[in-house]
Design a protein. Structure first.
Length: 777
C-alpha cells in the first residue's frame, strides 16, 4: 500500500521533501516541530520557490511539490491514531498549500484540481483535511483551523475558478461553521464571507442547482449555526438575478420548509419565513411559462408537506398553494393570456388535484397542536379556492383518481369536529364532479361505492354533514345517466327483496329512484323523520324543483306503511304551508282555485289533486291543504268526518297545530274571508266544526274569539246588504251540485268528483285505523 501511495499522479515516484527543499522546509514537511518564526520562513521560502519555478516555465516542479505534500502530509487521513509527527506534517502541509497557491498567482487554475484534491480529498471515500471528521484532539483543532486558512488563500487567488468545487466546500464549511472551537468557527466565517463575495462577483459561473441541493440537505440539520449558514446562502441565491429559478427554486423552497420544522429560534424562523416570501415574490415576477414550471415542480412537495406533523410547515405550504391558485391564468380577473398557456396550466392543475385534495383534507382534519385552528382555517380557505379553480377545469378533471382519493378519505373518517369538516369537504368535491362530469360519476361502480355511503351520512350527528349530503343527492337527482340504473343500485338489498313481487315501472327516472331510497331511509330511521325531516325537505326544496319533489313523494305515499305515511304527510304539509322554499307551490295552489282548472282538459294534473289523496293519510294535513286552496266545501265535509275518529292525543295535537297555523300570518287571506261569511259559508261551517272537535283549551279559545268577530261581520253584511245575494265561492269546481241544462251538463262533466274524493278519504282513514288497531278477532 505504501508503495502505491508514494507514486505520483503520472506513475513516477513522489520525491521526498529533502530531495526538493533545503533542510528547514524538509524538516517541517517531515513533521518535526518548528517554531513560529521557522514556519513563517518556511512558508515564504516555499512561496518564492514556486513563483520562481513558474517564471522559469517549470510547472513540473509545482506538481512534484504537490505530490510530495500528498504523500508525506495527507496520507491516511482516516486514521484517528495519529502521532504528533503526523499532526505536525498535516499542519505544515496545509500551510504549504496556501504558499503554493500564492506563489502560483494567476496560474493557480492549472493546478487547482490537484490542490483541491489535497484539501477535499480525491473522492467521497478518501476525504482531505477540510472534510475530515473532527476529533477532540487539540492538534485536530489546529488542523481544522489551518485547513480553513489554506482554502481561504486558495480562494483568494483562484476566485471564480474555485466555484465548481463550491458544493463540496460547503459540505465541510457547514461542519466547521458549527465547530466547538471558537477559532475554527471564526476561520470558517471568514472563509464563508470570501466565498459569498466570489459568487456575487461571478454569478454566471455559479452552479446553483448542485449547490442548492447541498444547502437543502444541510437545512434539515437542527444546529442553529448550520441553519444560519444555510439561510445566508439561500438569501444570496435569491438575490442573484441570473439564477435559474426553474431548476433551483423547488430545491430551495423545500429546504426552507424543512428549516421551519422544530426550530425554536424566533429569529431563525422569521428569517426563513422572510426568505419564503422572497421566493414567492420571485415566482410572481417570473414570466408565465417559467411560473408554471416552478408551480408544478413544487406542488407535489407542498402537498406532501400538508401531511407532515409540524403545523408551521402545514400552514406555510397551504399559503403557498393558495398563492399558486391566485396567479393561475383564468382564475380571478381576466388577463390577456394565450389559450395554449391557459390549457397547460389547467392540465397541470388537473394532474395535481388528487394529491392536493388529500393534503388539504389532512389539514382540515388537523386535531393536534396548538395551531390546529389556524391550520384548519387555512385548509378551508384553500379547499374553497381549489373548488373554484376546479370549476374551470371540468373537461380536464381526472375523475377516477379524484374519486379514489375521496373514497379513501371518507373511509378514514372518525368521530369529532375535524372529521365532520373533512366529511363536508369530500361531499363538496363529489358534488362538483357531479356537476361537471356527471356521466363518469354515474357509472354503476361509482354509484355503489361512493353514493351509497352518502345515504348513511344522513344519520350523521352534525347537521352540516346532512346538508352537504343532501346537496350531493339533489345534484344526483338532477342528472340523467346514460346507462340506465336499476332500483338495486340505489335501494337497500332488503328493499329490493321486498319489492321482488312487484313489477318496476319502466324507464323510472333517477329522481324517482333517489326519492324512493330517501323514503326507505326515513322509514327505517323513524326518529330521523322526527328530528331532521323538516331540515331535509327544506334543503331538497332549495336545490330542486319543489313541485316535482312534492308530486313524486305524493305518488309514493300510498305504497308506504300507514303510520309512516301519516308522519310523512304531516312533515311535508308543514313545509308546504310555511317554508320560503315552497312559496311557489302555495301560489300555484291559489292560482288553481282562481282559474277553476278542470280535469277534463288535457295537460298536467292540478297540483291540488296530485297532493289531495295522498294527504288523506293525515286528515289534519288534508284539511289544512283544503283550507289553503280555498276548497271550503270539501274542508267542511272532511271536518264532519273527523268526528268519527278516535280522539287520540296525537290527533288532537295535530288539530291544535292546525289552529295555530290558521292564526299565523300565512293564513291571513283565509281570516279576511271571514269578514264575508255569506260568501264563504262553508269556511265558517268548517271552522265551527273544528271548534266543536277541540277540547276547551288554547286552540279552542282562539277559534271561539275568531267566531265572535264573525258575528260582527254578519252585522256589517246585513247593514250594507242592498245588493244581489252573495255569489257562490270561487272554488265551485269542487261541488256536489251543478246547474241544469246544457251548460250545467258540460260543467258537471268537467267538475271533480267530490263524492268520489270523500269515498277515497273514508277508505284511506279506515285502512289507517285498521292498521293501528290490528285485525278484528
Amino acid at each position: 500500500m505504501s508503495s502505491l501511495v508514494s507514486l505520483s499522479g503520472d506513475g513516477q515516484r513522489a520525491l521526498k521533501p529533502e530531495e526538493l527543499f533545503e533542510d528547514a522546509i524538509a524538516q517541517a514537511l517531515r513533521g518535526q516541530k518548528t517554531s513560529e518564526q521557522s514556519r513563517k520562513e518556511f512558508v515564504d521560502k516555499l512561496k518564492d520557490r514556486v513563483s520562481e519555478a513558474m517564471k522559469d516555465n517549470n510547472p513540473s516542479f509545482v506538481r512534484q511539490v504537490l505530490d510530495c505534500l500528498r504523500v508525506n502530509c495527507f496520507k491516511d487521513m482516516e486514521d484517528s491514531n495519529n502521532s504528533v509527527y503526523t499532526w505536525n506534517a498535516r499542519k505544515s502541509g496545509l500551510m504549504a498549500i496556501g504558499a503554493v497557491a500564492i506563489g502560483l498567482g494567476s496560474k493557480v487554475g492549472d493546478f487547482l484540481k490537484d490542490i483541491m484534491g489535497l484539501l477535499l480529498g480525491p473522492d467521497s471515500k478518501h476525504l482531505g483535511p477540510f472534510l475530515a471528521e473532527a476529533s477532540s484532539d487539540t492538534e485536530s483543532h489546529r488542523v481544522r483551523y489551518l485547513s480553513c486558512e489554506a482554502l481561504f488563500n486558495v480562494a483568494k487567488i483562484a476566485q471564480e475558478e474555485l466555484l465548481p468545487y463550491l458544493a463540496r466546500i460547503f459540505d465541510g464549511l457547514s461542519r466547521l461553521y458549527a465547530d466547538v472551537v471558537a477559532d475554527v468557527r471564526h476561520a470558517a466565517q471568514v472563509l464563508d464571507r470570501l466565498l459569498r463575495e466570489i459568487v456575487t462577483s461571478h454569478p454566471e459561473k455559479f452552479e446553483v442547482d448542485t449547490f442548492a441541493e447541498e444547502v437543502c440537505t444541510r437545512m434539515k440539520y437542527k444546529n442553529p449555526m448550520i441553519r444560519q449558514l444555510c439561510l445566508g446562502w439561500t438569501n444570496l441565491i435569491l438575490q442573484i438575478a441570473q439564477v435559474d429559478l426553474v431548476g433551483s427554486n423547488p430545491k430551495i423552497i423545500q429546504g426552507l420548509f424543512e428549516h421551519l420544522a422544530d426550530d425554536h429560534s424566533r429569529d431563525s424562523l422569521q428569517n426563513a419565513q422572510n426568505l419564503l416570501e422572497q421566493c414567492i415574490e420571485k415566482v410572481k415576477a417570473s414570466p408565465l411559462a417559467t411560473k408554471r414550471l416552478i408551480v408544478f415542480n413544487t406542488a407535489a412537495d407542498l402537498a406532501k408537506n400538508c401531511r407532515k406533523e409540524d403545523s408551521k410547515i402545514r400552514f406555510q405550504s397551504m399559503w403557498w398553494l393558495l398563492e399558486y391558485v391566485h396567479f393561475t391564468p383564468g382564475y380571478g380577473p381576466t388577463t390577456s393570456v394565450k389559450d395554449e398557456e391557459v390549457k397547460l396550466w389547467w392540465q397541470k392543475w388537473a394532474e395535481a388535484l388528487p394529491q392536493l385534495i388529500d393534503g388539504v383534507c389532512c389539514c382540515i382534519g388537523c386535531e393536534d397542536g396548538k395551531d390546529k385552528a389556524t391550520v384548519s382555517s387555512m385548509a378551508v380557505d384553500l379547499n374553497g379556492a381549489l373548488l373554484e379553480l376546479a370549476n374551470l377545469l371540468h373537461e380536464y378533471l381526472r375523475v377516477d383518481e379524484l374519486v379514489e382519493t375521496l373514497k379513501q378519505r371518507l373511509g378514514k373518517l372518525r368521530d369529532g369536529e375535524a372529521a365532520m369538516v373533512v366529511h363536508i369537504a369530500c361531499l363538496q368535491w363529489i358534488c362538483l364532479l357531479l356537476v361537471h362530469r356527471p356521466q363518469q360519476m354515474l357509472q354503476r361502480k361509482i354509484v355503489k361505492e361512493l353514493f351509497m355511503p352518502i345515504f348513511e351520512s344522513l344519520n350523521h350527528a352534525n347537521d352540516e354533514v346532512v346538508i352537504a349530503s343532501l346537496r350531493v343527492l339533489a345534484q344526483l337527482m338532477e342528472t340523467t345517466p346514460s346507462d340506465q340504473l336499476g332500483i338495486e343500485d340505489l335501494l337497500a338489498k332488503e328493499s329490493v327483496r321486498r319489492a321482488d313481487g312487484a313489477k318496476e315501472e319502466p324507464q323510472k327516472s333517477l329522481f324517482t329512484f333517489i326519492v324512493d331510497r330517501l323514503l326507505e331511509e326515513l322509514e327505517k330511521q323513524r326518529d330521523m323523520l322526527e328530528t331532521r325531516g323538516r331540515l331535509m325537505i327544506h334543503q331538497l326544496c332549495g336545490h330542486l324543483d319543489p313541485r316535482r319533489l312534492f308530486v313524486t313523494v305524493a305518488r309514493a305515499i300510498p305504497a308506504q306503511e300507514k303510520n309512516f305515511a301519516q308522519k310523512l304527510v304531516q312533515t311535508f304539509n308543514w313545509i308546504l304551508l310555511t317554508s320560503a322554499e315552497t312559496r311557489s307551490l302555495r301560489e300555484e295552489l291559489l292560482q288553481e282555485s282562481e282559474r277553476h282548472p278542470q280535469l277534463g282538459h288535457e295537460g298536467e294534473k292540478p297540483l291540488f289533486l296530485e297532493l289531495l289523496e295522498p294527504w288523506f293519510h293525515n286528515p289534519a294535513s288534508a284539511l289544512a291543504l283544503c283550507l289553503w286552496s280555498q276548497q271550503y266545501e270539501l274542508a267542511s265535509e272532511l271536518t264532519g268526518r273527523c268526528a268519527a275518529f278516535e280522539p287520540t292525543l296525537d290527533f288532537l295535537q295535530q288539530l291544535d297545530q292546525l289552529v295555530q297555523l290558521i292564526e299565523s300570518p300565512i293564513f291571513s287571506r283565509l281570516r279576511l274571508q271571514l269578514l264575508e261569511p255569506k260568501k264563504h259559508p262553508m269556511l265558517l261551517k268548517c271552522l265551527l266544526g273544528l271548534a266543536m272537535l277541540l277540547p276547551q283549551a288554547g286552540a279552542f279559545q282562539a277559534l271561539r274569539e275568531r267566531m265572535h268577530l264573525v258575528q260582527s261581520s254578519l252585522l256589517l253584511e246585513v247593514r250594507f246588504d242592498s245588493e244581489a245575494p252573495a255569489t257562490a265561492t270561487k272554488s265551485d269546481w269542487l261541488s256536489f251540485s251543478s246547474k241544469e241544462g246544457k251548460e250545467g251538463k258540460e260543467k258537471k262533466e268537467k267538475q271533480v268528483d267530490l263524492a268520489g274524493l270523500l269515498r277515497s278519504f273514508d277508505k284511506i282513514t279506515q285502512q289507517r285505523n285498521d292498521a293501528r288497531c290490528g285485525p278484528s278477532p
